[in-house]
Design a protein around this ligand. Structure first.
Ligand code: 9MR
Length: 383
């Protein structure tokens, strides 16, 4: 009797296996399809990708991702090069690309101390800065009202110890620039989601700073919808515990949590550097570039395990997470090949330089397969 039951069960599992594989054939296996219903899966696009210069890369982007961020072209120095001049040519192309492919479109970034046009960093007083912020934020956000889905309103306003970064904005206006920026953005497009975005904000001190910053914005009349944790991470840090604490702490503030610039460096760090302050650079050496041709299996496996454990955590908290965006499509394009040391070969993403999925890609996809199989099996046993 037991034998018959077992063979019936095996038969059911076999048939359900066939059904499952037929289902996956109709919905193409991809990151965006696998995580549909959990959170958006995004990528950052460079100029050649926005302009669809490489058909293979373009096909990969459209297959795998349903959210996009512009890696550079929407930064202040490019869209607002001089006081009376805006240049939206590339942003138009970027937004059109997202619309054509029905993607979630994220705007990066409005108020950031870096990649500013020179004239902006020379603003001296509060009157001039207030006028700048009003014109800059209102013009850009209104221009893409209803077309851009979310904005990084303020980017990287914090020091590592959680205090406010001394920037031209803080120097001229004090902390009020933070609430003002969010108010102006909400006035220009009341429906768009507004984010504070930063790196290392899973580290306890900086996290405390980010929590204070969000509370400050809310208490002073700003509308803030989310916190963007950039996620420029390492193989061994931040710990899963700190990432989880951060997801919980930010969502307790009543805002969405997004992972906005995810990548994982596998290379040695010259000064035990954390995060992404681009103002640092370092002379390279062979020791600092240990994998110039290929990544050894042992590290490839570590990267796959790290990505799997991170995504497992993301799935656990999918109700709090709006989007997970990788900082680039493939390893060959990553900024981490040139930072903090120029000309290295890094392997931080899910696709290699030839656009082939890495072990890390499979490990992330397998999480969803396991989840789906569990659900499938539960159904079989229920019947
Ligand atoms: O990836 C971007 C790189 O191409 C630029 O040279 C750099 C200049 O600041 O900015 C990089 O993107 C940064 C992002 O805009 C904000 N967070 C940190 C990212 C990595 O530095």
């Amino acid at each position: 009797m037991k034998l018959i039951n077992n063979s019936i069960l095996l038969g059911v599992l076999f048939i359900s296996g066939i059904c499952n594989s037929q289902n996956t054939k109709t919905a193409q296996a991809s990151l965006k399809n696998s995580f549909k219903g959990d959170f958006y899966i995004g990528t950052a696009l460079n100029v050649s990708q926005i302009e669809e210069k490489d058909a293979k890369a373009d096909a990969l982007i459209r297959k795998e991702f349903n959210a996009i961020t512009a890696e550079n072209i929407m930064k202040s120095m490019f869209v607002h090069p001089s006081k009376d001049k805006y240049d939206f040519a590339m942003t138009e192309k970027f937004v059109a690309y997202g619309e054509k492919n029905k993607m979630f479109i994220h705007g990066h970034t409005l108020i950031w101390h870096s990649q500013l046009a020179r004239w902006m960093s020379e603003i001296k007083d509060s009157t001039e800065m207030k006028a700048f912020m009003k014109d800059h934020i209102t013009t850009i956000v209104s221009k893409f009202k209803g077309r851009i889905n979310s904005w990084d309103v303020v980017n990287e306003a914090l020091n590592e110890d959680g205090t406010y970064r001394k920037s031209v904005f803080l120097n001229t206006l004090g902390e009020s620039y933070l609430a003002d920026a969010f108010k102006l953005a909400a006035q220009a497009d009341p429906k768009v989601d507004l984010y504070y975005n930063d790196y290392n904000i899973c580290e306890p001190k900086k996290r405390e700073g980010a929590i204070k910053l969000v509370k400050y914005i809310k208490a002073n009349g700003g509308k803030i919808d989310g916190v963007g944790i950039q996620g420029h991470w390492r193989l061994d840090s931040p710990s899963l515990e700190e990432i989880e604490k951060s997801i919980l702490a930010y969502s307790e503030l009543g805002v969405k949590v997004a992972f906005t610039e995810l990548d994982i460096t596998v290379l040695p760090n010259p000064w035990d550097l954390q995060g992404a302050d681009v103002n640092q650079s370092f002379e390279g050496s062979a020791k600092m570039n240990p994998y110039p041709k290929t990544l050894p299996d042992s590290i490839q496996n570590k990267l796959a395990e790290r990505y799997a454990s991170i995504f497992k955590l993301f799935l656990k908290h999918k109700d709090k997470i709006s989007r997970v965006t990788f900082w680039g499509v493939h390893d060959g394009q990553s900024w981490l090949n040139d930072w903090p040391i120029k000309g290295r070969t890094n392997y931080p993403l899910l696709f290699d330089t030839n656009l082939k999925p890495k072990k890390a890609y499979n490990s992330v996809m397998q999480l969803k397969e396991l989840e789906n199989n569990k659900i499938g099996k539960k159904k079989v046993f229920k019947n």
